[in-house]
Structure formats: C-alpha cells, structure tokens
Design a protein. Structure first.
Length: 275
C-alpha cells in the first residue's frame, strides 16, 4: 500500500488534475493525519494508521513559509496558478483557519495576484461562522459530498464526529452558490476492518462483501436532487486515482462518470469529470 503524508505547512508545487499547477498548504502536522472523516479511499491512509506526534503548524509559521516559497518561485519566474489548502486531513479544523486564509489572500495579492486560493474540505466544519465567512473569501470553495445516504457515509467516509447530512446540505446552501461540490464515485467492495461494523450494515451486506458502489440510481438520483438544492457554481466528480488504504475498491467507469456529469449539466450546473 502506498499512501502520502505531505510536508507541512507548504508542499509542492504539484500538478493537480482538477486545479492546475498548485502550491499546497497543509495545516496538519508533518508526521501524520488529522481528519474529521476517515475515508476508506484517502490517499493519506486511515487515521488510525497515521496518528501524528507533532503539533499543527502555527499561523505565523504558515505565513512565513508561504512567503518564502512564493519569493523563491517568483525568483525562478514560475508562480502558481492556485494556492490549495489540502494535505494530511481537514484544513478547516485548524483553530486559526480563518486568519490563515486572510494571510494567504494578502500574500497572494502581493506575489501572484492572478493565482486562485482553493480550499479542499469535507464540509464538516462549515456550520462554524468563522469558517463559513473565510470560505466566502476564497476563490474556490470546494466541499465534499460523496452521497446523501447515511449508511454509505458511515461505511465510506466514516465520520469520526457526529455527521448529519441534512445539516451539511443546509450549510452548503448557505454559501448561496459560492461553492463547488466534489464527489467521489466508485465501485467495488471493502474489507471488514472493525469490530461492530456489521451492525451498521444492511441485512444483505452482513454475509457478503460490503458494497461501496455509489454509481447506481439508488445513490445518484438523491445526490443529484441535493446538488440541485445546493445550487453550486460547479460540480467536480472524480474516481479513485491512486492506491487506496482499503482493498477491493474499484474505479467508476468512464461511461458512468460521463452519464452522471451529463445529468448535472442537464440540470444547468457546470460539471467536470476526472477519470
Ligand atoms: S476528507 Fe479528505 S483527508 Fe479526510 S479522510 Fe477523507 S479523503 Fe482523507
């Protein structure tokens, strides 16, 4: 299994399938992962396998290292297209997320005013006023909504805090269109890993493998209704791209992604698919 724990607080630049040349900002410790989800497809691995011992970077360290990196990139004549908050976990969990966004916007304006500021988030903290307001100030507010089915969320995203999908949808609506929805579609079955997991499954899954397929109508139709309610500026659908910490997961097919993308576009919402 190959997973990635990113340097902190700055990494890259890297080429992102969805965002272009991207300089990464990682608000998590450099030696592990902290996330309010524990997605079975997470490229950083499962939370329990990568518990950090170092603290999160401070607001001051993030600003200092971001400025140094932008100065070095400017000297080389290669500035980023996007400054992306991502890395080893959920960026909005950082206690100074809002202030760090302000610092980053100020540095972007000074060194690379054409670059966009993007945040990749799992939406679990967007009910917090300061987080909501900070996300309203970034260019690309990219929020995860893999499904609206609570059972699927429990077995695939595996929230480690209470998660109410209807509350999340209400908070996504509160962005009033200043939001991009990102959704992972995949197929396959996952291994059972935890004691007690059986109780959360449907009866037909207790004896066979645990299906993680969210490409069928049972999942796509209600997800699409929620997307229409949220009225995002864009939807990004994608599938597994790298090795995953959980065995048995399969990519959604080109055709499946294209069909879902076309349904979103038919609803009047721009949508891209990454294969
Ligand atoms: S939300 Fe992102 S960082 Fe967190 S577990 Fe899922 S894929 Fe990993």
């Amino acid at each position: 299994m190959s997973t990635i724990i990113y340097p902190s607080p700055i990494f890259g630049p890297v080429h992102s399938r969805r965002l272009g040349i991207s300089l990464g900002i990682n608000l998590m410790p450099a030696d592990g992962k902290i996330c309010t989800f524990n997605c079975i497809y997470c490229e950083c691995g499962l939370n329990e396998d990568y518990r950090p011992s170092l603290p999160r970077p401070t607001r001051e360290l993030v600003a200092e290292q971001l400025e140094a990196k932008l100065q070095a990139m400017a000297a080389e004549g290669q500035l980023p297209d996007v400054l992306t908050f991502a890395g080893n976990g959920e960026p909005t969990c950082h206690p100074h997320f809002a202030e760090i966004i302000d610092d980053t916007i100020a540095l972007r304006d000074q060194y690379c005013p054409k670059a966009k500021v993007s945040v990749l988030s799992n939406a679990t903290m967007i009910h917090r006023q300061a987080v909501h307001e900070a996300l309203m100030r970034v260019d690309n507010n990219i929020q995860k909504l893999d499904t609206v089915d609570p059972l699927y969320i429990n077995k695939v995203d595996q929230p480690v805090i209470p998660y109410d999908v209807n509350r999340i949808i209400d908070s996504l609506k509160a962005f009033k269109g200043h939001v991009i929805i990102q959704t992972m579609f995949m197929r396959g079955e996952k291994e059972r890993r935890r004691e007690g997991e059986k109780e959360k499954l449907r009866a037909d899954e207790r004896s066979s493998g645990i299906s993680v397929d969210n490409t069928s109508e049972q999942y796509v139709a209600p997800w699409l209704e929620a997307v229409k309610e949220i009225k995002p500026q864009q939807v990004m659908i994608y599938t597994i791209d790298r090795e995953t910490p959980t065995q048995g997961l399969l990519k959604a097919t080109h055709d499946q992604l294209d069909q879902i993308r076309d349904r979103v576009i038919a609803a009047g919402i721009p949508c891209t698919a990454s294969y």
